[in-house]
Write a protein that binds this ligand. Structure first.
Ligand SMILES: NC(=O)c1ccc[n+]([C@@H]2O[C@H](COP(=O)([O-])OP(=O)(O)OC[C@H]3O[C@@H](n4cnc5c(N)ncnc54)[C@H](OP(=O)(O)O)[C@@H]3O)[C@@H](O)[C@H]2O)c1
Length: 286
């Protein structure tokens, strides 16, 4: 088994590289500019040179507002890129793992019996942003083209890179008080848990679409309060609505994903979001 990681300088790419190394799994890691997934010819040349058995595609344009204002680039990186890799994977008989997002759904949740339930893998996609649309098109291409594919949708991801946790800690240094939206619900997810699940799943032949997020749900406001409480930071946090905090791309109100597919396989190893956060904050502080 030999793994090729794309987008390896991103949050997930770094954690995957770390865990593959710890497990003594043979791997190579690439990112732009050396491996740009929008350039099929060069991507193919590198994949042919490395001849992996599995490709973990972590390359993506993840700036949701940036996607809204640069549709062309978003579609190139998040849709055409995975399509390129899927064609190469098909032609070379390589397993492809494509990482995707809660933004492929409409963000309203599935209303059932008067309440909302988390999205499961088979629920219909209906993206409301350019980012979601581009990632959904990437999913579709991978599923249609690559015979041996895994699509893993995650959400509210944090790890070694820019993310909500670091933004909050930074804001707390620079401001006397902080306002955070309280009407968007999701599941904060550590790259540690996601990388572990991907490494377990990629070694099976249970191809298909999966959800991979930490257990439990909260609002961004709850998430911020938990970050400060666990970091011993005493700062006033004011809850606000999405209408009071307008962004170029609309944010999903409810984007909780159920890890049904992984649970059915006995591979849902994700921790409660608070436990994973606690470990992350301890690592940051040390
Ligand atoms: N972050 C989240 O909250 C979140 C939530 C749900 C799903 N996801 C999905 O999870 C996956 C990993 O996310 P992440 O947080 O690790 O993202 P990230 O930190 O933004 O990493 C993405 C990496 O891909 C690279 N990249 C950009 N354009 C590329 C191209 N044309 N070819 C190859 N690589 C390219 C980026 O390089 P540059 O930095 O130089 O552009 C970066 O190193 C993505 O598929 C994302 O859509 C993320």
């Amino acid at each position: 088994m030999k793994i090729l990681v794309t987008g390896s300088n991103g949050q997930l790419g770094k954690e995957l590289s770390l865990q593959l190394k710890e497990k003594n799994i043979d791997f190579v890691a690439y990112d732009v500019p050396e491996l740009d997934i929008t350039n099929k010819e060069k991507t193919e040349a590198i994949i042919q040179k490395e001849n992996p058995t599995i490709i973990l595609n972590c390359g993506a344009m993840t700036n949701v507002d940036g996607c809204e204002t640069n549709r062309e680039l978003a579609m190139a990186v998040n849709a055409q890129g995975p399509k390129n890799i899927a064609e190469i994977a098909r032609d070379m008989d390589i397993t492809l793992v494509q990482v995707s997002t809660d933004y492929v759904f409409d963000g309203d949740g599935i209303v059932e019996k008067g309440g909302k339930r988390p999205y499961i893998e088979s629920d219909p996609v209906d993206p409301k942003t350019v980012y979601g649309e581009s990632k959904s098109a990437g999913e579709k291409a991978v599923a249609e083209i690559a015979p041996k594919y895994f699509i893993i949708r995650t959400a509210w991801l944090y790890g070694d890179g820019n993310n909500f946790v670091k933004t909050m800690l930074d804001l707390a240094i620079k401001n006397p008080k902080i306002t955070v939206v309280n009407d968007q619900i999701g599941s904060p997810t550590s790259t540690v848990d996601l990388a572990k699940a991907i490494i377990n799943l990629m070694q099976t032949e249970n191809y298909g679409i999966y959800h991979g997020t930490c257990q439990g749900q909260c609002s961004w406001y709850d998430f911020a309060c938990e970050i400060f409480a666990r970091s011993g930071i005493n700062i006033p946090v004011e809850p606000v609505t999405s209408e009071q905090f307008v962004r170029p791309a609309p944010r999903p109100k409810f984007s909780v994903l159920e890890n049904k597919g992984l649970a059915d396989l006995g591979l849902d190893t994700f921790r409660d979001w608070q436990d994973a956060l606690d470990e992350y904050l301890k690592k940051l502080n040390s």
